[in-house]
Design a binder for this molecule. Structure first.
Ligand code: IPM
Ligand code: MG
Length: 355
C-alpha cells in the first residue's frame, strides 16, 4: 500500500476549519483508493508567532523538505506586521523549496456559479501558470530617506532566463496534453521593457512545440478578455505578480475564491498545495467558510503524488454535488463548513465506483 507523508500547516483565520475538512476528505480518499496518509501537523501561523516569536523554525523546515507534499490552509492575520508571516511561511516555502510553478486551474463546474451572462461550462476551463519564484516577489527592495518627505522606495522585478524559460516550458508541456493545445503569454512588454525576456523566450520555446498554438495578451487586456471571452484561454503563463492578480479575477469565473485551488510545484520534488483564498479573519471560528477550495487543493495534491483516480474522484464529487444542487454554492455561509465535508464524504464512494 502506498503511504504518503504530508506536512500540514493549517495557519490563520479560517485555515484550521477548512483544513480539517480537507484532511477528512484526504483520509476518506485513502480508504476508498487504498493508500495511507501520515500527517505531520505544524502549528505555524500568527497565533503561534504571537505566543512563541517563532515563524517557521529551521528544524521543522528541514523535516518538511523530506515529505511527499505540503498542505497549507491560509495565512494572514492583522495582529502581525503586514507580510511578516506571509513571507516567513508561504514565500519561504515557495523560494527555499524552489516551487517555481504556481498552477491555478480555473474550471466552471456548473453554469449557476458563473457571474457572467451566457457562459457555459465549456467556456471556462483554463490553467493559469504563475511563475512563482521571481518577478516583483523576489524581495529586492529598499528605502532611502525613510520617514522623511523625500523618502524613496524601490522594488525590483527580477526575471532570469532560467526562471522564465522553465515556467514557459512547463506551460507548453501542459498544453500538449490538453485538447485545445494553446498557450497564451500574459505580460506587459509594451510598458515594462524587461518583459522582453518573456516575449523572446516564449517565441523560442514555442518553436519546439509546433503542435501548440500560441497567443499573447497584455495583462490589462487579458483582464478584459477573461471577462468578455473567457473561452479564448486554455493554458496561460505569466509573471508572479500578474499571476497573483489575474487568478483572483479568474477565480470569480468559476464561482469565487471558495473553490479556487493551487499547486506550488517543483516537478519531482516536495510541492505545496493550498486554496487561493486568504485567511478571512472575520469569518474565523464561525464554521461558515467553504472548504471546497481546500478540497480541490487535495485533489491537486493527489494528482501530484500519483493517485490520479483518487484525485479525479475528489474533483468529480465536488462537481456532481454542485451540478445536482445539493451543494448550493461555494460562498461563505451557504453551508456549514463541516456540512460540505460530510457531503463529500457521503458521495465519494459512489463517485469512486465510476471514475
Ligand atoms: C496568493 C496570495 C499570496 C501571494 C500572499 C498571501 C502573499 O495572495 O497566494 O495568491 O501574493 O502570492
Ligand atoms: Mg493572491
Amino acid at each position: 500500500m502506498n503511504e504518503y507523508n504530508i506536512a500540514v500547516v493549517a495557519g490563520d483565520g479560517i485555515g484550521p476549519e477548512v483544513t480539517k475538512e480537507a484532511m477528512r476528505v484526504l483520509d476518506a480518499a485513502g480508504e476508498v483508493f487504498g493508500f495511507k496518509v501520515k500527517r505531520n501537523e505544524y502549528p505555524f501561523g500568527t497565533d503561534h508567532y504571537l505566543k512563541t516569536d517563532e515563524i517557521f523554525p529551521d528544524a521543522a523546515f528541514e523535516e518538511v523538505k523530506g515529505m511527499d507534499a505540503i498542505f497549507l490552509g491560509a495565512i494572514g492575520d492583522p495582529r502581525a506586521p503586514v507580510g511578516l508571516i506571509e513571507y516567513g511561511i508561504i514565500a519561504k516555502m515557495r523560494f527555499e523549496l524552489d516551487l517555481y510553478i504556481n498552477l491555478r486551474p480555473i474550471k466552471l463546474f456548473d453554469e449557476r456559479l458563473c457571474p457572467l451572462k451566457g457562459k457555459t461550462v465549456d467556456d471556462i476551463n483554463m490553467l493559469i501558470v504563475r511563475e512563482n519564484t521571481e518577478g516583483a516577489y523576489a524581495g529586492m527592495h529598499g528605502f532611502c530617506h525613510k520617514g522623511q518627505a523625500s523618502e524613496i522606495a524601490t522594488q525590483t522585478m527580477v526575471y532570469s532566463r532560467f526562471g522564465v524559460e522553465r515556467a514557459i516550458r512547463f506551460s507548453f508541456e501542459l498544453a500538449m496534453n490538453r485538447p485545445r493545445k494553446q498557450v497564451t503569454l500574459i505580460d506587459k512588454a509594451n510598458a515594462v521593457r524587461a518583459h522582453d525576456i518573456w516575449t523572446r523566450t516564449f517565441a523560442e520555446v514555442a518553436r519546439e512545440y509546433p503542435d501548440v498554438k500560441t497567443d499573447h495578451a497584455y495583462v490589462d487586456a487579458a483582464c478584459m478578455w477573461m471577462i468578455k471571452n473567457p473561452e479564448w484561454f486554455d493554458v496561460a503563463v505569466t509573471t508572479n505578480l500578474f499571476g497573483d492578480i489575474v487568478t483572483d479575477l479568474a477565480a470569480m469565473l468559476q464561482g469565487g475564491m471558495g473553490i479556487a485551488a493551487s499547486g506550488n510545484l517543483h516537478p519531482g520534488r516536495v510541492s505545496l498545495f493550498e486554496p487561493i483564498h486568504g485567511s478571512a479573519p472575520k469569518y474565523a471560528n464561525k464554521g461558515v467558510a467553504s472548504p471546497a477550495a481546500s478540497i480541490m487543493a487535495i485533489s491537486m495534491m493527489l494528482d501530484y503524488v500519483g493517485e490520479k483516480q483518487a484525485s479525479k474522484a475528489v474533483e468529480t464529487t465536488i462537481a456532481e454535488l454542485l451540478r445536482s444542487g445539493r451543494l448550493k454554492g461555494v460562498g461563505t455561509g451557504q453551508h456549514a463548513t463541516s456540512e460540505v465535508g460530510d457531503m463529500v464524504l457521503g458521495e465519494l464512494k459512489n463517485v469512486a465506483a465510476k471514475v
